[in-house]
Design a protein around this ligand. Structure first.
Ligand SMILES: [Zn+2]
Ligand SMILES: [Zn+2]
Length: 368
């Protein structure tokens, strides 16, 4: 018997060779269907999945959220339960919302020269990454940080090092970390596109990209009000970080004037940048395929809905009530609308208008 066992052990049959199964082809998320993506920052107060209903109800097809309180340090109690994360991912899929952008905590400063603050920032950013992965985020947007008394070069090195430390041991999958450009207030890094490029260059091992905020760009000295100004900005962006690295545009009008270096968001069309400029940004061929996310203030009820509708309108679409929420629908010409009305049998049309009256649009504000 022993002899036989030996023979089996030493006989090599190629057919028995273990072959790992081919990995499944990467699943392309449903939101990457080439359609234009308009999103808004929504509240997670109460229930994180509630943010999805709010965004959907406002007529957005993308969203941004905080994954924890944005002005509190993570003391380890900000984990997202697996059941909650599963529910969130499933509901997001149902609603076809994407991309999902998560904005990091405002207190995080990876460039801080204070060792205690820096360590705390690295730990908090690690937790940001953990929560973003759990929720299935596409992008985690981060403010680069503020170097205080250190030189911009030292700050860039500290940010890059901090990102690497925070991501250690994590599998980010397809998720990207997006560095957001800043207005240039104080010693904040990132108002110059060259600084963002320097961070990317210093961090080759991480999937870094860029998020461009219109209000910050304008306050940092780029004149987005004119066609020439927008062209010059896009060319500068392409020369420095590369437009292919820009995945998200934060769409905010600016309360402060051009070159003010002060970051104050305003409703679309009511600030110093102006409605026309937002139309050019949304429809610019070099920005096709980006997600456009609002971070506009809520001064009175309905502001969110109005800002989302304003962006759709600049794209030639209108937001109409759709029973369980607001959905963008292509704007039809008056002639086309008349034609459809005529063609529809009277009985059917009556039933439809009755149904339409019943389903009132749900409007919810961002809350706290
Ligand atoms: Zn922003
Ligand atoms: Zn801002």
């Amino acid at each position: 018997m022993a002899e036989q066992t030996d023979r089996i052990a030493f006989t090599f049959d190629a057919a028995d060779e273990y072959r790992p199964e081919a990995p499944p082809p990467p699943e392309i998320p449903a939101w990457k269907d080439g359609s234009i993506r308009i999103g808004i920052h929504t509240s997670i107060a109460g229930d994180i999945s509630g943010s999805l209903e709010i965004a959907h109800g406002l007529g957005a097809n993308a969203l941004q959220i905080f994954s924890c309180s944005p002005r509190m340090w993570d003391r380890g109690g900000m984990r997202i339960a697996e059941t909650e994360a599963t529910r969130f991912r499933a509901r997001r899929k149902e609603l076809g919302l994407g991309p999902l952008v998560i904005h990091d905590n405002y207190l995080i400063n990876l460039a801080s020269p204070n060792p205690v603050l820096r360590t705390r920032s690295v730990q908090a950013f690690h937790q940001e990454l953990v929560r973003a992965i759990a929720l299935g985020a596409d992008y985690l947007v981060a403010h680069p940080g503020s170097g205080r008394e250190s030189t911009p070069q030292a700050a860039v090195a500290a940010i890059s090092q901090g990102l690497k430390q925070a991501a250690r041991g994590l599998r980010l999958g397809d998720m990207k970390i997006l560095l957001e450009n800043t207005a240039g207030q104080g010693t904040s890094i990132g108002s110059r596109f060259e600084e963002l490029r320097a961070i990317i260059d210093a961090t080759p091992g991480l999937p870094l990209g860029i998020c461009i905020d219109t209000a910050h760009t304008f306050a940092a000295g780029w004149d987005l009000r004119t066609t020439e100004g927008l062209e010059a900005t896009l060319q500068a962006l392409d020369r420095t970080v590369g437009l292919d690295k820009v995945y998200v545009i934060h769409m905010n009008d600016s309360k402060t004037h051009h070159g003010s270096r002060v970051d104050r968001h305003e409703h679309i069309g009511q600030g110093k940048i102006g409605l026309e400029a937002f139309g050019r940004i949304l429809n610019h061929r070099l920005l096709a395929g980006r997600a456009f996310i609002l971070e506009t203030p809520i001064d009175k009820p309905g502001d969110d809905k109005r800002n989302v509708a304003a962006l759709w309108k600049l794209l030639g679409r209108e937001v109409v009530a759709n029973g369980d929420g607001m959905k963008p629908r292509p704007k039809r010409s008056a002639a086309a609308a008349k034609k459809t009305k005529k063609a529809r049998p009277a009985k059917k049309a009556a039933a439809k208008s009755k149904k339409k009256r019943k389903s009132k649009p749900k409007v919810r504000s961002r809350g706290k």
